[in-house]
Write a new protein. Structure first.
Length: 309
């Protein structure tokens, strides 16, 4: 029997590297996930890293390495990480322990954790599961849409969204469909404590849904991938320019980063996941680090005074 082929058999110049998510874990420490793959995504290797980044230097420590592609990751602290790989196997790293749980049959590709610690995965066929501490428990589906984004500041305000204008509100153990009356694919949502929902779609289609009314947010013709609040401002990330700030229902250019796939705020820092980069904003200034692969994974500091201007 031939062993499974790994990324080591691919010339380094043909290896595709993508940073998946980044989280600020306090001080100078960040949790970062990275995927390596070949051109046809037939071989993959994934890393979960602890990065120490001072602004002037960066180094990393590997917490988990898998010979498989990863789909999602959440780091809540230096000792608490969750990692979802292709095939639905979830890895839990808590302190010095490493446990796993496998999701049910449908394809799940993203995770979300509420502030109270409740953990969810979601994906195709309107499927969502909640982790009960031992295994993944399905929540009965009410739609067949592919789900792309989940957010909520509390269990009472948890929403999930996806293809065909799908927006669902979790009420207890049941989903209630929110009628938006449009057919766009929703890529990003953000739910405010007052219940207002910011909605980011492809082609610059953006809205706020509040009190059963849908109000347009003026935006450039781009695909919006992430939305978050940080230090009193609402930021939107797209796949072309970088970061926009919302001002009176208009999105205005804020910082050119080329690509802002995901944003994760901590009390002190906003962490933006780019392509091979993690960008860090403290409310006044930007810094960042990026990864490369030359047969070995490496990290280097980005000079934000010269790049991404």
């Amino acid at each position: 029997m031939t062993g499974r082929k790994t990324i080591d058999g691919v010339p380094s110049e043909d290896v595709y590297l993508e940073v998946m998510r980044g989280f600020h874990l306090g001080g100078t420490i960040f949790g970062v996930s990275i995927e390596l793959s070949d051109e046809y995504r037939e071989r993959g290797r994934s890393y979960l890293l602890l990065v120490e980044f001072t602004g002037r230097s960066a180094r990393f420590h590997v917490l988990l390495q898998l010979e498989n592609q990863m789909l999602a990751h959440i780091s809540s602290s230096q000792d608490d990480h969750v990692f979802l790989e292709v095939g639905g196997l979830t890895h839990f790293l808590r302190g010095g322990s490493h446990s796993t749980a496998r999701a049910p049959e449908p394809f799940f590709h993203k995770m979300f954790r509420l502030p109270d610690g409740a953990l969810f995965i979601y994906g195709e066929d309107g499927c969502v599961c909640r982790f009960d501490g031992i295994s993944w428990q399905p929540i009965q589906s009410v739609v067949s849409s592919f789900l792309r984004a989940m957010h909520g500041p509390s269990a009472e305000l948890l929403h999930v969204a996806g293809n065909n204008g799908t927006l669902l509100h979790l009420q207890g153990d049941r989903w209630r469909q929110v009628p938006l009356n449009f057919n766009r694919s929703i890529e990003a949502i953000h739910v405010s404590p007052n219940g207002a929902i910011s909605i980011g779609c492809e082609d610059g289609i953006c809205f706020e849904y509040r009190d059963n009314l849908l109000k347009e947010i003026k935006a450039p013709d781009s695909d919006f991938m992430s939305i978050c609040d940080f230090k009193g401002a609402r930021f939107w990330g797209d796949n072309h320019f970088g970061i926009f700030v919302e001002d009176n229902y208009v999105l205005k250019e804020f910082r050119a980063l080329d690509f802002a796939y995901a944003m994760q705020p901590s009390p002190d820092l906003l962490v933006v996941t780019g392509w091979k980069e993690i960008f860090v904003f403290d409310g006044n200034s930007w810094s960042g680090f990026e990864f490369g692969y030359d047969g070995q994974l490496y990290i280097q500091v980005i000079d934000m005074s010269r790049r991404y201007l």
